[in-house]
Design a protein around this ligand. Structure first.
Ligand code: ATP
Ligand code: MG
Ligand code: MG
Ligand code: MG
Length: 565
């Protein structure tokens, strides 16, 4: 590619709204452009990177025996009603109506559509197992889109869904996907960790997240310093604690009758002082089970709220003892959440400062999230995590726990029969008997990976790509391309030679000052740079510099291609 025919648009300074290095660099390098909150255009340079990620994912999915297809982005409400998620998914599901006033949604994930396909296509155990995948745009109306494409509303996901006649077969494919994910993230050169994850209402151990390690990550993982044990903090919190904290947590459990897991998840986010008035609680879906209100602070104002008084709550509300909670978690948090409760809950608090908290509990993955729309509340930090602390004994019995932050780039999940049962995806077994299918799902955030990779690989000069992800592997920077015939001829020849070798090469023939070209090549993170100038050329030499190296070296122009390969 010649730069003059391509499109390069770099910025000296990142727009003020960007906080993370990856977000800043993606904007500065012109990889993405913001259209609206959580909505980005992938500019030509950025799209090349996303496509490279996609290619690796596609290759490894094919190698692992998954079959590519493509499902629609807009999906009919009927399928989502059948699975129950039309009601339960909550506000992340963007709903719309067509001209006939029929309900649709933008797919945030595709379990319903794929289950519908499989139940109509598959009759016999002989057709199973099956594993379908697609790479496609998803939409989630995230309450707080941020960090550019890291948490966008529209993003590209690879999602795969496997169907099985029995659990053993599901476990086999799950392992195959797990292994494929390791190959993918290895090939992309990411520093990552697979961690065991919570399976929520489904139970069992069948879920792992793939977390790219980064201090800016929104997730927290707990791992043993002496064994392979690694789990996301929500799961780690479900395991027995020791000592005083365990005793306090136990006594809390008695008061509130939830399990420890729920308590731990509840306190995750609301680690800011609560001096708020509860405005309303809205429960979507059929209320089942118990809704528990947990308060930590003495200065809260909703001590006297009774379940019956809360609009929209059908399930009984239980007040937990504030003293016990305080003993367990300290004085600075509070939360509200459902226990053994199916459905989605929103609680809306007005703070004294007028800021709003909304707490959502998602039945689907049993994760609790707290969102603060105010200006100035602190983000949760390690210190706010009262459920698992660094130095706790590892639940595996070996070593003690360390905590690290991570970016979730992939997730594999044994769904078991959740959707197949709700949507009646059955097959005839060897005895001609109708059975419900087993199912797994496997996601990778294609576009999030681009940001996560930059988060791990950047320096003061810009992005530092691996060869696998780089938009171009090599950049040729000719000095005076338009003025020196010898430089032009040498640059054109080398460009042609590298192209003939199948190398992804960019010839930066733009009519710009040398400093601009050199700075751009570093900002763009192109792994190999060849500078061609009159003086060295007289000796048959060019300057070669690896993006990770601190200085350039002179290399014979005939030998430089070999240097790169
Ligand atoms: P998160 O916990 O970050 O919200 P999730 O658990 O909701 O992610 P999954 O439903 O497991 O996400 O989707 C599979 C993958 O899609 C995730 O592992 C992540 O890489 C990617 N992904 C999810 N939400 C977003 C988003 N808003 N923007 C970009 N990528 C996303
Ligand atoms: Mg999410
Ligand atoms: Mg997650
Ligand atoms: Mg996930």
């Amino acid at each position: 590619m010649k730069a003059s025919q391509f499109f390069i648009s770099t910025l000296k300074e990142a727009p003020a709204e960007a906080e993370l290095p990856s977000h800043k660099l993606m904007l500065r390098a012109g990889l993405i452009k913001r259209v609206a909150s959580g909505l980005y255009t992938w500019m030509p340079m950025g799209l090349r990177v996303a496509r490279k990620v996609e290619a690796v994912v596609r290759e490894e999915m094919n190698r692992a025996g998954a079959v590519e297809m493509l499902m629609p982005i807009v999906q009919p409400a009927e399928l989502w009603q059948e699975s129950g998620r039309w009601e339960f998914y909550g506000k992340e599901l963007l709903r719309l109506q067509d001209r006939h006033e029929r309900d649709f949604c933008f797919a945030p994930t595709c379990e319903e559509v794929i289950t519908d396909i499989v139940r109509s296509e598959v009759r016999s155990y002989k057709q199973l197992p099956l594993n379908f995948y697609h790479i496609q745009t998803k939409f989630r109306d995230e309450v707080r889109p941020r960090f550019g494409v890291m948490r966008a509303r529209e993003f590209v996901m690879k999602d795969a869904y496997s169907f099985h006649s029995d659990y053993d077969s599901l476990k086999q494919t799950y392992q195959d996907m797990y292994d494929a994910y390791c190959r993918i993230f290895d090939r992309l050169g990411l520093d990552y960790r697979p961690v065991a994850a919570d399976t929520g209402s489904i139970g069992g151990t069948g879920s792992h997240e793939f977390q790219v390690l980064a201090d800016s990550g929104e997730d927290i993982i707990a791992y043993s310093d002496a064994s392979d044990y690694a789990a996301n903090v929500e799961l780690a919190a479900t395991l027995p604690l020791s000592g005083q904290r365990a005793a306090a947590t136990q006594s809390l459990a008695k008061v509130a009758t939830p399990n420890i897991k729920t308590i731990a998840a509840l306190v995750d986010f609301l680690a800011v002082p609560i001096t708020q008035t509860l405005k309303s609680i809205v429960v979507e879906g059929e209320a089942e089970g118990e809704l528990v209100l947990l308060l930590l602070r003495g200065d809260h104002q909703f001590n006297d709220i009774k379940a019956e008084k809360l609009p929209g709550v059908k399930a009984p509300l239980t007040m937990a003892g504030a003293a016990a909670i305080q003993a367990a978690f300290g004085a600075n948090g509070g939360s509200l959440g459902p226990v053994g409760f199916k459905g989605r809950v929103y609680a809306d608090f007005a703070t004294e400062k007028g800021a709003d908290w909304v707490i959502g509990a998602n039945e689907d993955d049993c994760h609790y999230t707290g969102f603060n729309f105010g200006r100035d509340a602190a983000e949760p930090t390690f210190a706010d995590l009262r459920n698992v602390e660094a130095g706790d004994p590892s639940p595996c019995g070996s070593g003690s726990l360390k905590l690290a932050r991570g970016i979730e780039v992939g997730h594999v999940f044994q769904l078991r029969q959740k959707y197949a049962e709700a949507m009646k995806a059955t097959f005839l077994d060897q005895n001609g008997k109708s059975q419900i299918m087993e199912m797994g799902c496997y996601g990778i955030g294609i576009t999030r990976i681009v940001a996560a990779a930059i988060e791990q690989n950047n320096d003061e000069r810009g992005i530092v790509w691996t060869d696998t992800m780089a938009p171009f592997t090599v950049v040729i920077v000719p000095m005076n391309y338009r003025k020196s015939d010898t430089v032009k001829a040498a640059a054109d020849d080398l460009y042609a030679a590298l192209q003939a070798l199948g190398v992804d090469v960019l010839l930066d023939d733009r009519d710009e000052r040398a400093g601009v070209l050199l700075n751009d090549s570093e900002l763009l993170g192109i792994p190999h740079r060849i500078v061609i100038g009159d003086r060295a050329l007289k000796e048959g030499m060019v300057e070669y510099q690896n993006r990770r190296a601190s200085s350039a070296e002179n290399v014979a122009i005939d030998a430089v291609a070999a240097q790169i390969q």
